[in-house]
Ligand binder design. Structure first.
Ligand SMILES: Nc1ncnc2c1ncn2[C@@H]1O[C@H](COP(=O)(O)OP(=O)(O)OP(=O)(O)O)[C@@H](O)[C@H]1O
Ligand SMILES: [Mg+2]
Length: 318
């Protein structure tokens, strides 16, 4: 986070695990993150590494089998210490959430328009007629060619990408201090993706809100993010200002992720990630790391700062 910027969200030593039949699933381990006012933090990493769990934990949206510890400071208040009734007041109004699975997030028996209008009603004090116009404006800005049809139809009548944009409209229906967007561009073609990104950018500029953006799309991240955090097997392995981290990637996982991009030759990282139930006592990336040395098998790496705001979890750097 840029110095002198007031923090909006501060995760301090956040841990999330699930009790499952197969054992304890360690989805998020000792995560520390800060998002400053008006700043966008990108969260990237392989599938299953814990990005969505981290995002959902901020709004306490996880199922009852989730156990959380640490602190989730939102504008200085620890969300983990609040009763559910207080968390509900924050949800939607102060922190908006665009979730990853539109099919699950939308109610199949309610028209899309009813669901978007409900968000607008909760988040903005507008007369009913203006509410409808606000919904249509939102849908138009998200490139629905026939927003009236979208309003009167049901989620099942929309494609996955359209449902994703309905969720984006609901997330942007208020004036939140923080927007958490979990893969908001998933399933969109290049043209529509560009429009959605531009709309998100305009929204954040207009509302001065901060954002946590979870994505697999590094080009999207490069366009929208001020800072970045990279997760691997439940841990944040590198974080810092976007340009600094991508200009000088230090963790071998991030280096491999960059090399796997189409413009870098599509060098696929071999092997698979370790189980979050059976975590090794040493570096979690050891088995796949092209740069591993003997010491990497002997201890679990702590994070080290390579400069004042660029942090890396790799023994070779310590
Ligand atoms: N309710 C749950 N019970 C048990 N394990 C869970 C539960 N929810 C998530 N997990 C596990 O937590 C880990 C992290 O899941 P998460 O959904 O955060 O991954 P992700 O990084 O968002 O992946 P993707 O990029 O595919 O969306 C996974 O191993 C997942 O199986
Ligand atoms: Mg996810």
């Amino acid at each position: 986070m840029a110095r002198g910027v007031e923090p909006v969200l501060d995760l301090v030593d956040l841990n999330v695990h699930f009790e499952s039949r197969d054992g304890k699933v360690n989805a998020v381990c000792h995560a520390n993150l800060t998002i400053g006012k008006g700043q966008v933090l990108g969260l990237i990493g392989e599938t299953g590494c814990g990005k969505s769990v981290l995002g959902q934990s901020v709004l306490r949206l996880l199922p009852a089998s989730a156990r959380m510890s640490g602190r989730i400071l939102f504008q200085g208040t620890d969300i983990l210490a609040l009763p559910q009734s207080e968390v509900r007041k924050i949800r939607g109004q102060l922190i908006a959430f665009i979730c990853q699975n539109p099919a699950e997030a939308l109610n199949p028996v309610l028209r899309n328009g009813t669901q978007i209008m409900e968000s607008v009603k909760i988040n903005r004090k507008l007369p009913r007629r203006e509410r409808r116009d606000a919904c249509l404006d939102l849908l138009r800005s998200l490139r629905f060619t026939d927003p009236e049809f979208c309003m009167r139809s049901y989620p099942l009548q929309l494609s996955g990408g359209m449902k994703q944009r309905v969720l984006a409209a609901m997330g942007m229906s208020g004036r939140p201090s923080l927007l958490i967007a979990d893969e908001p561009t998933k399933g969109l073609d290049a043209l529509v993706r560009g429009h959605v990104i531009a709309t998100l950018e305009r929204f954040m500029e207009a509302t001065s809100s901060s954002a946590l953006v979870i994505t697999h799309d590094l080009r999207f991240a490069s366009r929208i993010c001020d800072s970045i955090a990279v997760m691997y097997a439940g841990e944040i392995v590198e974080r810092g200002p976007f340009d600094e981290v991508f200009g000088h990637p230090r963790h071998p996982y991030l280096q491999a992720l960059i090399d796997s991009q189409p413009d870098r030759g599509l060098h696929v990282l071999k092997g698979s990630t370790c189980s979050l139930i059976d975590l090794p006592p040493h570096c979690r990336f050891y088995d796949r790391c092209p740069k591993a040395v003997q010491g990497c098998r002997e201890a679990h790496p702590e994070t080290v700062f390579v400069n004042s705001d660029h942090e890396v979890r790799c023994l070779r750097i310590a």
